[in-house]
Every structure is written in structure tokens, then in C-alpha cells.
Design a protein around this ligand. Structure first.
Ligand code: ZN
Length: 112
């Protein structure tokens, strides 16, 4: 059984490993592990506006300072938790990129 304290320690250890080895090496490791399992790593552009784009209507705020943790979309009125909204946008962008890749592979006749 895993306790909360053990999880915290594991997360802390994972964070330390990531900072020790650097983000690039960590991403290479994840990519390697995904390839072993038949997965595919999709990287999102570092400037992709995940935090300041409404995941409901795609309205993009001009600014979103880091201290703003919750916000309401002025276009559709949806209330957002900053990180939860960003995770939805990153997931949607990853799926979009995969669908573009799939389309390219189908066009080239390389899909299964
Ligand atoms: Zn919206």
C-alpha cells in the first residue's frame, strides 16, 4: 500500500531527478519508453498559449500573469482553473497534432 507521504516523497524524488538530469534528457527518456511500448511522444511548442486560451471556446486572452490561478472567459463565461484549463488545451493540441500526422501518413500510404 502506498501512503500519501510515500507519494509525496516519490513526486519530490521525480522532481529532483528531472531537475538533476535536465528537461531534455527527461523528455528523451520518456520518448524511449514510449517507443518501447509502441507509443508516440507529441511535443507541444513551448510558446503554445495553453494557459490563456479558453478550452471551451478557444478565446485567447492577451495576457495571463502567472499569479492568476483562476479566471473567467470574457467570451463564453466559463470559469477556469489555470492548470486544469492548460492541461485540456495541451491534450487537445496533442490530439490535433496526431490527427495531422495521421492525415499525412494516410496521404503517403504509410498508415496501417
Ligand atoms: Zn471561452
Amino acid at each position: 500500500m502506498v501512503s500519501y507521504g510515500m507519494l509525496r516523497k516519490r513526486n519530490h524524488n521525480l522532481a529532483k531527478v528531472i531537475s538533476d538530469v535536465g528537461w531534455g534528457i527527461f523528455v528523451n527518456f520518456i520518448d524511449y519508453k514510449l517507443q518501447q511500448k509502441g507509443g508516440l511522444l507529441v511535443e507541444i511548442d513551448r510558446w503554445f498559449p495553453s494557459s490563456k486560451t479558453c478550452s471551451n471556446c478557444l478565446y485567447q486572452m492577451s495576457e495571463m500573469p502567472l499569479d492568476i490561478r483562476k479566471w473567467t472567459c470574457p467570451n463564453c463565461g466559463m470559469h477556469h482553473d489555470r492548470d486544469e484549463n492548460a492541461s485540456k488545451n495541451i491534450r487537445a493540441e496533442g490530439i490535433r497534432q496526431l490527427s495531422v500526422l495521421e492525415g499525412l501518413l494516410l496521404k503517403e500510404g504509410k498508415s496501417d
